[in-house]
Design a protein around this ligand. Structure first.
Ligand code: ADP
Ligand code: ZN
Ligand code: ZN
Length: 684
């Protein structure tokens, strides 16, 4: 008998490394998938070290089965998982097993063999449509491609290109190169909604090649199929969201991270990893090229390029001489006040939209808040539509007459009268997309004798399967005059008829306590502006309108010039003097409990533990504070920030602290529901 260390996902062993020992009749290579008994269950596991010697220990259980139908997960994959496990402070077992397709956990060897036969059959039957001819690269693209070619494969590349500058075309070229060299390419996008569009472009270019997608919108069976095709080296191209960064790809030669600044690349639950950062690490492991693309790179990547650690390549202009939209700031201090609906949309903006409608052009108006109004209010007694379970207001949804909590989901019919004093005159305060849609319909009515055609795209209007596609289809077909939406509509979409984009109320991010809020706002506005003037006909008069109470703000000055570099340098100076990322490194310890005192006590105890650890001098542990929305669904949430100017010092500290925290929790006496560590947290 041979003793093997097997990675298994066992919450009760969290913090203990995440592998358990089992007996096997013969030695197995590391990476082999197995099934193991644990308690009364039978779990999927991965042989982690396969080289352990003979063993006579009777106490150990034998493996339940070896899934020999599948090739072992290779060394590069295991090293990626081991790195992520150490860096993000989760056990190997939890991380390794959570990034495998869920379906794999349920199948035995015979079922896997059946899936493999089906996969081969499907791949054999795949049609060959002839590949599309790539367009001749523009001068800027040619320059970027030449420099890409010349750069050592080990240097990460940051492709900074304005919206519509032809970045995707560069990805396609780089992918073609990788495929010609017999290697696989992995292309990551931030949103599921963007995968079909990108898949269509890659499929047209690489007809005859095997392309699979991987994201959480697939059925479990589809996801397993894509994963198997990648793992067996049968798929040439994998397109996916953040979870795809862990796809085993034995011939990996290229990783593209599109919109690399996008917060969606950070997993916010369980193992809180950054797919963008792991992509960079993985590329180095597998000798692959990594290409990070964005119109508004993250300040982390921008600073690495400043330091020469990344190669920065630029596409400063739009394809075909199209211009970026002219940015117009509307100073809301100068607008007439107290006209009810008129104050949400300034008269000059309404005029501009009206003109577009008359000319048959489309406008996009965005507001990052869904529902009709964020709160209902009784002017007589001061009642507000609070959520009984959360420290948040419930949002008024007029269409279905509900008050809904966007944090816990608690929903009730709108009361006819104030629940506290019976006043019949309760009124909405503020506005969301529903109200904006209603106001636009009123303001634009009669522009040319017909009612304006307005579409709204947000999480509410797209809940039904297929409704997003249907609404986008209507926009593309020209059946819509004005598109109202949340930031959902600002990303990626290649609208061809939009000549005006308006941000109705973006100011709040300027004064947020989150130091990344301005960076996110700038990216959002640039991205939104990028939806205007994408076709040559619309490009001339394309405009981006921003309604603001702070028109002199440096962020808006940079936006007017489309000057990301100026914005980034300004932000980086502030970050450096304040000792914030990318000049410092952060981790956030979060504790949830029924009572604030319990969460506070756990974090206080954690801080006391920290003080006694080796390397504690190199980190600062800040006082615990409640989250911005402190209570959700009856749970109190607190967090504590840990900071260090040195990433290795922070990592050394966490490596000692996190096991101590597991002990602290296991020791009892602390009434926390859960706790978690978030390394490189995105929202503070
Ligand atoms: P980005 O990804 O930077 O937003 P895309 O790669 O989507 O830009 O390019 C914008 C548009 O320009 C697309 O419709 C694309 O097909 C077209 N395009 C890109 N490169 C070229 C080129 N070299 N010649 C002609 N059209 C191009
Ligand atoms: Zn009242
Ligand atoms: Zn709630």
């Amino acid at each position: 008998m041979v003793r093997l260390q097997v990675a298994v996902d066992t919450p009760q062993h969290a913090g203990l490394g995440g592998t358990l020992d089992y007996l096997s009749e013969q030695p197995l290579s590391a990476g082999t998938l197995v099934r193991v008994p644990l308690g009364r269950r039978d779990l999927l596991g991965i042989v982690w070290s396969g080289d352990a010697g003979e063993c006579a220990e009777a106490a150990l259980k034998p493996l339940a089965a070896v899934l020999a139908e599948l090739p072992p997960l290779d060394a590069a994959w295991r090293e990626l998982v081991a790195f992520a496990s150490g860096y993000y402070q989760r056990s190997i077992g939890e991380l390794a097993l959570s990034v495998l397709p869920p379906e794999l956990h349920k199948l035995d060897g015979a079922q896997i063999a059946l899936r493999l036969r089906k996969l081969h059959k499907a791949l054999d039957e795949a049609p060959e449509a002839p590949p599309e001819h790539p367009p001749a690269p523009s001068a800027e693209q040619a320059e970027v491609l030449a420099r890409l070619e010349a750069a050592p494969a080990s240097t990460p590349v940051l492709l900074h290109g304005v919206t519509g500058s032809g970045k995707t075309e560069v990805y396609l070229h780089a992918a073609a190169r990788a495929l010609e060299a017999g290697r696989q390419a992995l292309v990551l996008v931030p949103e599921i909604n963007l995968t079909p569009q990108l898949e269509a472009r890659f499929a047209a270019r690489f007809a005859g090649r095997r392309i699979v997608s991987l994201h959480s919108g697939l059925t479990p069976a589809q996801r397993l199929r894509s994963w198997l095709a990648a793992h067996l080296g049968l798929a040439d191209l994998v397109l996916g969201t953040r979870l795809a960064v862990f796809t085993p790809m034995p011939r990996l030669g290229l990783i593209v991270v599109d919109e690399e600044h996008d917060p969606s690349y950070k997993q916010q639950e369980g193992a809180r990893y950054s797919a963008r950062d792991l992509a960079v690490y993985r590329a180095r492991l597998q000798g692959a090229r990594v290409l990070l693309g964005s119109a508004t790179p993250s300040l982390e990547s921008w600073q690495r390029a400043n330091e020469g650690r990344y190669l920065r390549l630029a596409l400063p202009s739009r394809i075909g001489g199209a211009q970026l939209p002219r940015v117009r700031l509307v100073d809301m201090n100068q607008q007439p006040k107290g006209q009810g609906a008129g104050t949400a949309l300034s008269p000059p903006l309404v005029d501009a939209i009206r003109q577009r409608v008359a000319r048959g052009e489309q406008s996009l108006v965005f507001l990052n808040r869904r529902g009709y109004a964020p709160v209902l209010h009784c002017a007589d007694c001061g009642w507000k539509s609070g959520c009984p379970h959360c420290s948040a207001w419930r949002v008024f949804h007029k269409l279905d007459r509900t008050l809904r909590c966007h944090h816990c989901g608690f929903t009730e019919r709108v009361p006819r009268a104030c629940p506290d004093c019976g006043n019949l005159d309760i009124a909405p305060i503020g506005r969301g997309t529903e109200r904006l849609e209603e106001q636009l319909a009123q303001l634009l009515a009669g522009a040319d004798g017909r009612p304006p055609r307005i579409a709204r795209i947000d999480a509410d209007s797209t809940r039904l399967k297929g409704s997003l596609e249907a609404q986008l289809g209507a926009v593309h077909a020209g059946d819509v005059d004005v598109l109202v939406g949340t930031q959902m509509v600002t990303k990626g979409h290649d609208f061809r008829r939009i000549s005006l984009v308006a941000a109705v109320n973006p100011d709040s991010a300027l004064f947020s306590s989150d130091f990344r809020a301005p960076e996110r706002l700038f990216a959002l506005l640039m991205q939104a502006g990028g939806r205007a003037g994408r076709s040559a006909e619309q490009a001339q008069g394309a405009e981006m309108w921003v309604q603001t109470w702070h028109p002199q703000h440096a962020l808006y000055a940079a936006l007017r010039q489309h000057d990301f570099a100026a914005f980034a340098e300004g932000q980086l100076k502030e970050r450096e003097s304040a000792g914030l990322p990318p000049f410092a490194h952060l981790a956030m310890l979060r504790a949830d409990a029924k009572q604030v005192e319990a969460a506070q006590a756990f974090l206080d105890a954690a801080a006391a533990l920290a003080a006694g650890l080796p390397g504690a001098q190199a980190v600062s542990v800040y006082a615990p504070v409640p989250l911005a929305v402190a209570r959700v669904a009856g749970v109190e949430r607190m967090q504590m920030l840990v900071e260090s100017p040195s990433r290795p010092a922070l990592q050394r500290f966490l490596a000692a602290w996190v096991p101590a925290l597991h002990e602290l929790r296991r020791g009892g006496g602390h009434k926390v529901l859960r706790w978690a560590i978030d390394v490189d947290p995105l929202s503070i």
